[in-house]
Design a protein around this ligand. Structure first.
Ligand SMILES: O=C(O)C1=C[C@@H](OP(=O)(O)O)[C@@H](O)[C@H](O)C1
Ligand SMILES: C=C(OP(=O)(O)O)C(=O)O
Length: 438
């Protein structure tokens, strides 16, 4: 059942708060925990629908997943040791969960049906299936969208693969399959994407190397027949979730908000870099290392913003933040052009089209020009007063609710229920900052 939500113009948003754990690291902690021998303890795991779907999937494959207070424990079955599940694996709305687990199932002699919700069943899977089929995975039928039945094998062949799209999900699926293949599996990426799989694999004891690729990017190589050992994982706050609260503070008058313990991996900080180029008053405080990642407190204050050009090369480091960046652009003076965003058409919805349509409905000049998104702000005044179609997309819902906090008229999103897929507590945290939302 859809749950409309409305945000009204609010002033003086303030607070020092934490957002839930990083979604990418949470998926990987559960998956590597299941593939390791022994006990993996995870603190700060994101308890959102996408992650709970991955937890159910690894449990269906034979790992023990237990919760005790705010700590999760996974008892793994070792690389190649998972068992045939009794029924289909349902990944709900989550592209990451489905695609990474395809890499895992590829390395086991089992037949597994993968499925998901209406949005996930529209998303392209060939990008993962093609390299995994080269390694030995079999796919029943001709389809390349879920539901799909996959047959893995214990005799995977190692692969050297050049990514045709900048995608951490594809890279990770191949590396996870590579754990099961004898020899070295390499993924060549022209643009560096988030590197959480590589970092965590090394932390769990896999042999993995990252070399510079000539002309830019990386060559990531994992050694097969790997053994992983259970470890303790701390999940820092998700920078993609933090971006919504920081954006709200930047556009709502008289606001100052600090988000604590945010993951600051350079593969994830494109939003902060771009917002600063737009003139945002953002400060990075108390930066330090924790569990092999850099984290910091991030403070944002109401700012006068100006339009900028965002180069395509920055896209992987802020791929999920473009819809909310577009909301900042709506309040900026002048044109913001976000370049090279073909991948955004393939997310939970076509985010380029959904963002441009929603902004136009709110009286903001916005258009899609090929793979670019263009937003023309007029320096602070946004009408609002629209009902936004979210197309089962959590980030579209959250972005337009943020816009509504600073628009002249209230903004309603047709369905806020999908927010729970990545950011449980979003509405409550904003309310706690003084926002009129509900
Ligand atoms: O690897 C990951 O955890 C993710 C990678 C990105 O997708 P792509 O790999 O498709 O760019 C991102 O959009 C998604 O939210 C999480
Ligand atoms: C694209 C996203 O996630 P996924 O691909 O895992 O569904 C997202 O969270 O914005």
């Amino acid at each position: 059942m859809s749950q409309p939500l409305t945000a009204r113009r609010s002033e003086g948003l303030t607070g020092r708060l934490k957002v839930p754990g990083d979604k990418s690291i949470s998926h990987r902690a559960l998956i590597l925990g299941a593939l390791a021998t022994g006990r993996t303890q995870i603190t700060g795991l994101l308890e959102a629908e996408d992650i709970l779907a991955t937890a159910r999937a690894v449990a269906a494959l034979g790992a023990d997943v237990m919760k005790d207070g705010d700590r999760y424990t996974v008892i793994g079955r070792g690389v190649g040791g998972l068992k045939q599940p009794d029924g289909p694996l349902d990944f709900g709305n989550s592209g990451t969960g489905a695609r990474l687990m395809m890499g895992v199932v590829a390395g086991h002699a089992m037949t597994v049906e993968f499925t998901g919700d209406e949005s996930l069943c529209r998303r392209p899977m060939a990008r993962v299936l093609t390299p995994l089929q080269e390694m030995g995975l079999e796919v029943e039928g001709e389809g390349t969208t879920l539901p799909l039945t996959l047959r893995g094998t214990q005799d995977l062949i190692p692969l050297r693969y050049e990514l045709p799209v900048a995608s951490a999900q594809v890279k990770s699926a191949i590396l996870l399959a590579g754990l099961h293949a004898p020899g070295r599996t390499s993924v060549i990426e022209a643009m560096p994407t988030r590197d959480h799989t590589e970092r965590m694999l090394r932390y769990f004891g896999a042999e993995i190397s990252v070399e510079d690729r000539e002309g830019g990017g990386n060559i990531v190589t994992v050694c097969g027949d790997a053994e992983l050992t259970g470890a303790s994982v701390y999940v820092p706050s998700d920078p993609s979730s933090a971006a919504f609260l920081l954006a709200a503070a930047l556009i709502a008058p008289n606001s100052e908000v600090t988000v604590e313990g945010v993951l600051m991996s350079p593969t994830r900080t494109g939003f902060l870099e771009t917002a600063r180029e737009m003139g945002a008053d953002i400060e990075i405080l108390d930066q330090h290392e924790a569990s092999g990642e850099t984290i910091a407190n991030v403070r944002a204050r109401t700012s006068n913003l100006k339009g900028v050009t965002v180069p395509a090369a920055r896209a992987p480091s802020m791929i999920d933040e473009y819809p909310v960046l577009a909301m900042l652009a709506a309040f900026a003076e002048g044109e913001t052009r976000m370049q090279g965003l073909a991948e955004l058409k393939l997310k939970e919805s076509d985010r380029l089209a959904a963002t441009a349509a929603g902004l136009s409905a709110c009286g903001v000049e916005a258009e899609v020009d090929g793979d670019d998104l263009i937003v023309r702000g007029n320096g602070g005044a946004v009408e609002g007063g629209a009902m936004i179609t979210t197309h089962m997309d959590h980030r579209i819902a959250m972005s337009f609710l943020v816009l509504g906090l600073a628009a002249a008229e209230p903004v309603t999103v047709d369905d806020g229920s999908m927010i729970a897929t990545s950011f449980p507590g979003f509405v409550e945290l904003l309310s706690g900052m003084g926002a009129e939302i509900g």
